[in-house]
Design a protein around this ligand. Structure first.
Ligand code: GDD
Ligand code: MN
Length: 379
C-alpha cells in the first residue's frame, strides 16, 4: 500500500523566471571524447563571455562514457546540454539533431576534440550579425593553418578532398571540408529536410542543399593537433564522402542508398562466382556449388548492407539473425522475379544480354525496395 500523499504548502503558480533568449547554441558532435568535455566547456566559457550561449553535446552512446561526463557538468551548469543517441552513428546526423534541438538565434558547429579554435566564435558571430548567412572557420585563408593534421598522408588526403569538393560546389570555398562553422538557425532549419545526413561533411551538405545563394564569410583559424582520444576518420567515412559526391552530382535523382545497395549487389555477384568456381574445383555438382555460392553471397551482402548501406539502422543480436533470414527470403523472391522476367524476354527474342540485364535490374530494385522497408525498416 502506498503512503498518503504529502502536501506542499507553497502554491505552484509562482511566476517563472523572465525568459532570456539564447543567442548561440554551440553544437559539439562527439564520440569517445570524455577527456575533452570539461576542457571544451571551460574554453567555450572563456571565449564566449558576455554572450548568451549554450553548448549541446551530441554523443552517440560512446563506450567511454562521454555522456555521463557531459551530464555531470550539466547538473550544475544550465548552459550545458547532452543529447545521447542510441543505436546510431555519424558526425553529420549528430550535428543535424543537435542543431534542430536549438532555439537560439545562431547555431555554431565545432569538433569536440579541441582541434578547432573556439576563440574565433565571437568574430564569427559578429560576421553573422552583420549579415553573413554562413560563417566558416577556414584553415586555408590568409592566417589559417592546417598544421594539426596528424600526418602528411592526412594532409594530402585533405587537399585532394578539397579539390574534388571545390569542383562540384557552386561557390568557391577555401575549406569546404571544414567542420567548424556558424549560421542563423532559421537558415539551417529551412535546409534541414534536404540534407543527406551521411558521413562527415555536413558543411558541404548544407551548402549544396539549396540552390539559393548564400552570403558566406570565411574566418581563418589554426587547426590544432588533437590532445586526447582518436580521430574517427576511416575508410568508411571516405566511402561515405564519395557517396555524398555521387548523390550531389546526380542531384538526388537516384537515392544514394540505392547506389550503395547496387554496388554491394555487384560485389555479391563476384562472391557468388568465386565460390561457385572454388566449389566446382573441389568436385561439387553445379547445383550444389551454385547453391553454396548464392548463400554465401547473400550473407556477405546482408553483412555489407548492414554495415554500409544501413549503417544508421544497423541490426544487432537477435535482430541481425531475423534480418538475415528476411533478407534471404526477399532476395530469393527477387531472384525468382529476375529469372522469370529474363526468361520471358528471352522467349520474346530480346537477346540474352538485354534479357539478363532487365531481369537483374528488376531484381535489384525489388530487393532494394522491399528490404529497406521489411529488413531495415527505413521510414
Ligand atoms: N556524435 C558523433 N558520432 N560524433 C562523431 C562521430 C559520430 O559517429 N564521429 C566523429 N565524431 C566527432 C568526434 O568525436 C569529434 O568531436 C568530431 O566529430 C570530429 O571527428 P574527428 O574524428 O576528430 O575528425 P577529424 O579530426 O579527422 O576531422 C575533422 O576535421 C576535418 C577537417 O579536415 C572534422 O571536423 C571534419 O568535419 C573536418 O572536415
Ligand atoms: Mn579531430
Amino acid at each position: 500500500m502506498s503512503a498518503a500523499p504529502r502536501r506542499f504548502s507553497k502554491p505552484c503558480n509562482l511566476s517563472p523566471e523572465p525568459a532570456t533568449g539564447t543567442t548561440i547554441s554551440v553544437v559539439v558532435p562527439c564520440y569517445n571524447e570524455r577527456d575533452n568535455v570539461a576542457p571544451m566547456i571551460a574554453l567555450l566559457s572563456a571565449a564566449l563571455t558576455g554572450i548568451a550561449w549554450e553548448v549541446i553535446f551530441v554523443d552517440d552512446d560512446s563506450p567511454d562514457g562521454t555522456s555521463d561526463q557531459v551530464r555531470a557538468i550539466a547538473a550544475t551548469d544550465p548552459r550545458v546540454r547532452c543529447i545521447r543517441r542510441i543505436g546510431r552513428r555519424g558526425l553529420s546526423s549528430a550535428v543535424i539533431e543537435g542543431a534542430l534541438s536549438s532555439s537560439a538565434t545562431y547555431v555554431a558547429v565545432i569538433d569536440g576534440d579541441l582541434q578547432h579554435d573556439e576563440t574565433c566564435l565571437p568574430v564569427m558571430l559578429q560576421a553573422a550579425e552583420r549579415g553573413a548567412d554562413l560563417v566558416i572557420g577556414s584553415r586555408h585563408v590568409q592566417g589559417g593553418d592546417a598544421a594539426g593534421l596528424s600526418s602528411s598522408a592526412r594532409a594530402r588526403l585533405s587537399d585532394a578532398g578539397i579539390r574534388i569538393a571545390q569542383a562540384i560546389l557552386p561557390v568557391k570555398l577555401s575549406d569546404p571540408m571544414s567542420g567548424f562553422f556558424l549560421l542563423r538557425r532559421d537558415l539551417f532549419e529551412r535546409r534541414a529536410r534536404r540534407l543527406t545526413g551521411q558521413g562527415f561533411k555536413i558543411l558541404l551538405d548544407l551548402v549544396l542543399a539549396a540552390p539559393d545563394k548564400l552570403n558566406i564569410v570565411e574566418v581563418p583559424y589554426k587547426f590544432r593537433p588533437r590532445q586526447a582520444g582518436q580521430s574517427k576518420l576511416d575508410a568508411l567515412v571516405l566511402a561515405q564522402f564519395a557517396g555524398l559526391l555521387i548523390d550531389k552530382t546526380l542531384r538526388g535523382t537516384v537515392p544514394l542508398r540505392f547506389i550503395v545497395f547496387a554496388m554491394v549487389g555487384l560485389f555479391g555477384v563476384g562472391v557468388n562466382l568465386l565460390i561457385l568456381s572454388i566449389a566446382r574445383h573441389a568436385g561439387l555438382s553445379f547445383t550444389s556449388a551454385q547453391t553454396i555460392g548464392t548463400i554465401v553471397a547473400m550473407v556477405a551482402n546482408f553483412q555489407l548492407n548492414n554495415q554500409l548501406t544501413y549503417r544508421a539502422q544497423r541490426l544487432r543480436g537477435p535482430k541481425f539473425i531475423r534480418g538475415l533470414i528476411l533478407f534471404m527470403l526477399v532476395c530469393g523472391l527477387g531472384a525468382i522475379a529476375n529469372i522469370g522476367i529474363a526468361n520471358a524476354l528471352y522467349a520474346e527474342n530480346a537477346g540474352g544480354l538485354p534479357a539478363g540485364a532487365a531481369g537483374a535490374a528488376v531484381g535489384v530494385v525489388w530487393n532494394y525496395a522491399v528490404s529497406a522497408t521489411l529488413v531495415w525498416r527505413v521510414r
